[in-house]
Each structure stands twice: as structure tokens, then as C-alpha cells.
Design a protein around this ligand. Structure first.
Ligand code: IPE
Ligand code: IPE
Ligand code: MG
Length: 255
């Protein structure tokens, strides 16, 4: 029994892995006459409410898109703000996440020279502190791009072929998956995008091949555990087919 949950979700059919493209911070802020960066700040309580909601519902993996490889093209003030915001957030929130039993992982090119040294250190602190937690794995897709992730996997595979440790004929779907940034991460069952945009923007391109997508008009700072639950409700109403088909015109005996 979850006290905040009003709707009739099937708690036995909660997605194992939920990915979220947290979008709309800038529009949320601008609609209030605020600076875009204030929209990012307003997204923090939304994110932590979602973490609590995910924990209550029994979601095991939560991947949040926090900074894409394309986001470097934004105004340098906004980029600088986002880098420092990640430092502050990790300092303020790592103990809380640890106490909740959340394991923190950063997925993407953290070693990029453009990522400030202090942020790299804070990421390592948070990952080390929470490494043994098992209730929920929270993946920050940061300086992440699905295309470069595949490029990096191809490079790693190419190196193994060059040094003779991998036979090209042994490359299959599983081999590619094992060379992605988080080989042990299950594919997302559900990908949510906020703010009304309906595109992937380079998020989990390989892993989301058969994910259900739910798009909501809600801007990220207005998102919370209740909206998460309603997105999961929509997910539960979908029929996942994975390419298969059932002929509804046949009776059980004919089938
Ligand atoms: C998402 O909100 C956060 C990041 C991409 C870092 P946006 O900053 O993209 O907000 P909009 O889409 O401009 O409203
Ligand atoms: C995707 O949002 C990236 C993140 C949420 C971090 P964007 O706002 O960057 O995507 P586009 O530019 O609208 O496609
Ligand atoms: Mg956006």
C-alpha cells in the first residue's frame, strides 16, 4: 500500500527500468519571466520527488538525461551553470541518495576536458559512496549521446579484432551490448519525455529499440511522483509485442 498513490497501478507490472528525458526547464522559467538557469534549479526537487516515487513503486533502474553531447552548443553561461549545478547537487544530495539505498552511476564521457575537474571528483565521490546500494540504480546520462556510445563500442571492438582477441564472426547483438557504457544495465522498458517534444534527442539509441515511449506536456519542473505513476499507468495499458503477432480472428483451438 503506497499512501500517495491514488490510481490503480498494477504493482506487479512496474517497469524495471525507466528512462526520462527531462525537458522543458528553459520554457518553464521563461514563462515566469525567469532566466533559463532558474528552470534547471527548479528541476531538482522534481527529480528527487521522482526518485522517491520510483523507490516506492519498485522501479530498479532510473536513467535521467541530464546533459547531452549536443548541449555543449548552448550559451557558455548556461553550460557553466549546469556544470556547477551538478557539483552542488552531488554535494547536497549524495548522502540522502546513499541513505535511501540508491546507487549512483554517471554514464557518458565524464573524462572530456570540458567537464570541470571538480565535477569529475564529485562524480567519483558519489559513485564510490553509493557503489554497494541495491534498492535503485540511478543513472545520470551526462555528456551522453547514443550515437557516440555506439561509435565508442565499435572502436573497442575494433581494437580487440586488431589485437586478435576477438573474431569478427563473433560480433553479435550481445557483443555490441557488452561494449556499451553500462553493459549490465537492462534495456529501458519505458522512456518518458516531458515538455511535449516527441523525439529521442540521441538518448539510449541502442537500448530503447523496444521501449515504450510516453510523451507528456508537463514541463520538467512540474513533474513529480504522481506524473510518474500516471506515465507508468499508460505504459501498463500498452501491449508490448517485440515484433511478434497474435491473430485475433483465430479461436484458441485453431491457435
Ligand atoms: C532540459 O531542459 C534540460 C537540459 C537539456 C539540460 P531545456 O533546457 O532543454 O529546456 P527547454 O527545452 O529549452 O524548455
Ligand atoms: C535533450 O533535451 C537533452 C536533455 C534533456 C539533457 P534538449 O532540449 O537538449 O533536446 P532538443 O534540442 O530539444 O532536441
Ligand atoms: Mg529542451
Amino acid at each position: 500500500m503506497i499512501d500517495w498513490l491514488g490510481s490503480d497501478l498494477d504493482l506487479d507490472k512496474v517497469p524495471t527500468h525507466v528512462g526520462i528525458i527531462m525537458d522543458g526547464n528553459g520554457r518553464w522559467a521563461n514563462a515566469r519571466g525567469l532566466h533559463r538557469t532558474q528552470g534547471h534549479a527548479a528541476g531538482e526537487p522534481a527529480l528527487f520527488d521522482v526518485v522517491h516515487g520510483a523507490l516506492d513503486l519498485g522501479v530498479k533502474w532510473l536513467t535521467v538525461y541530464t546533459f547531452s553531447t549536443e548541449n555543449w552548443s548552448r550559451d557558455s553561461n548556461e553550460v557553466d551553470f549546469l556544470m556547477q549545478f551538478n557539483v552542488d547537487l552531488l554535494e547536497r544530495r549524495r548522502d540522502e541518495l546513499n541513505d535511501l539505498g540508491v546507487r549512483v552511476i554517471f554514464m557518458g564521457d565524464v573524462m572530456d576536458d570540458r567537464v570541470p575537474r571538480i565535477l569529475r571528483d564529485r562524480i567519483k565521490d558519489a559513485e564510490d559512496l553509493t557503489a554497494h546500494n541495491t534498492r535503485l540504480t540511478m543513472v545520470f546520462a551526462f555528456n551522453y549521446g547514443g550515437r557516440i556510445e555506439i561509435v565508442d563500442a565499435v572502436r573497442a571492438i575494433g581494437r580487440k579484432i586488431a589485437d586478435g582477441s576477438l573474431n569478427p564472426d563473433a560480433i553479435d547483438l550481445d557483443a555490441i551490448g557488452r561494449h556499451l557504457y553500462e553493459p549490465d544495465m537492462p534495456d529501458p522498458d519505458l522512456v518518458i519525455r516531458t515538455s511535449g517534444e516527441q523525439r529521442t534527442s540521441n538518448f539510449l539509441l541502442w537500448q530503447a529499440a523496444y521501449s515504450e515511449y510516453v510523451f507528456t506536456e508537463v514541463l520538467w519542473p512540474d513533474f513529480d511522483r504522481h506524473v510518474l505513476a500516471s506515465c507508468i499507468g499508460e505504459y501498463q495499458s500498452r501491449e508490448r509485442r517485440f515484433g511478434g503477432a497474435v491473430d485475433e480472428s483465430l479461436t484458441d483451438i485453431e491457435r
